[in-house]
Design a protein around this ligand. Structure first.
Ligand code: CUA
Length: 335
């Protein structure tokens, strides 16, 4: 057996481990809900069964290489019937049994548990709408609208109703549940549940254009009291500007193209092209988890959004330095 063949399986295993370790906070193998737990268990079973076949095949190949000068089969000799029996059992019967078992477990058991409809089974519903390239998040029954950050109460079944405003996207928070496609003119439902407080990263899982890779989100699972405080705060209209400079920034926002693409509740800005900015300063990232939400990055983003996320719908507005400074102060005050 060549060195390549001998070292390939362990190398692949190490590569997979490194790749999964690199997905920080986003591994389906560190489940934080009963649904994600079932998916992870199914994955380990599939890996186990596949490994038996992989190493079994490598073992048989090795034996046949050492016996390449010897006629007939080991133990069974040169019997025609034995050849046929081996082909039928290893080529048809065993694969059919394994594939049917895996299909049955994944389809009737795991999928059924992850697929619970939102109505009835859940305490509350959240609407998530896919856009190129951000996530719009609405809380029916309240005025709260946010983007790219989903707050949920911990240990509470939450129904997600997923739709899209343009092309097909796929909503996926690997540590909490499976993927769900967002398809035009269709409402897909899924259960979101987190068994402990924390931040869970999610990612668009269906290629949706140039910035598909920069379409991420964060799910914040909070204790109930903290969640309800957040929801009450997010339902309120925007805070009025607190300083003369912030006032100037508000005027810049309302008189420029900003207001025709973004909504800031409580003001005349009612655009629906980009994310709702009513409580922008309370979010942790900008541009769907592409850059951190700091004054520095906000300034860079407004100055040249196409440099940071080429192809996104935000144009270069050519805002000059002093106006830009006022705009950033205003937006940073939207807590
Ligand atoms: Cu949205 Cu990929």
């Amino acid at each position: 057996m060549s060195a390549v063949k001998r070292w390939l399986p362990p190398l692949i295993a190490v590569a997979i481990a490194l790749a999964l370790g690199g997905c920080n906070g986003q591994s389906p193998l560190s489940p934080h809900s009963p649904q994600a737990h079932d998916i992870a268990t199914l994955w380990w079973w599939m890996l186990g069964v596949a490994s038996i076949f992989l190493f079994g095949a490598i073992g048989l190949l090795t034996i046949s290489w050492f016996r390449r000068q010897t006629p007939g089969l080991p133990l069974l000799g040169k019997r025609e019937g034995a050849n046929t029996a081996l082909v039928i059992s290893f080529g048809i019967v065993i694969p059919a049994f394994v594939l049917i078992s895996l299909f049955a477990v994944s389809d009737f058991y795991v999928l059924g548990k992850t697929d619970q409809p939102a109505s009835g089974a859940s305490a509350m519903t959240i609407r998530v709408i896919g856009h190129q390239w951000f996530w719009e998040v609405r809380y029916p029954g309240t005025r709260a609208v946010t983007a790219n950050e989903i707050h949920i109460p911990v240990r509470t079944p939450v129904g997600i109703v997923a739709t899209t405003d343009d092309v097909i996207h796929s909503f996926w928070v690997p540590e909490l549940n499976r993927k769900i496609d967002m398809i035009p003119d269709q409402r897909n439902r899924m259960l979101l549940y987190a068994d402990r407080p924390g931040v869970y990263r999610g990612q668009c899982a269906e290629f949706c254009g140039l910035q598909h890779a920069h379409m991420a989100m964060r799910v914040f699972a909070q204790p109930r009291s903290g969640f309800h405080r957040w929801l009450r705060g997010s339902s309120k209209p925007a805070r009025p500007p607190a300083s003369p400079l912030a006032h100037r920034g508000e005027r810049v926002f309302m008189s420029s193209q900003c207001a025709s693409c973004h909504t800031i509740r409580g003001t005349s800005a009612r655009g629906t092209v980009g994310p709702d900015l009513t409580h922008l300063a309370s979010r942790t990232s900008l541009a769907a988890d592409t850059i951190p939400n700091t004054a520095y990055w906000l300034r860079r983003w407004i100055r040249d959004p196409q440099a940071i996320k080429p192809g996104n719908k935000m144009p270069d507005l050519g805002v000059r330095w002093r106006k830009l400074a006022a705009l950033v102060v205003y937006l940073r005050g939207l807590g």
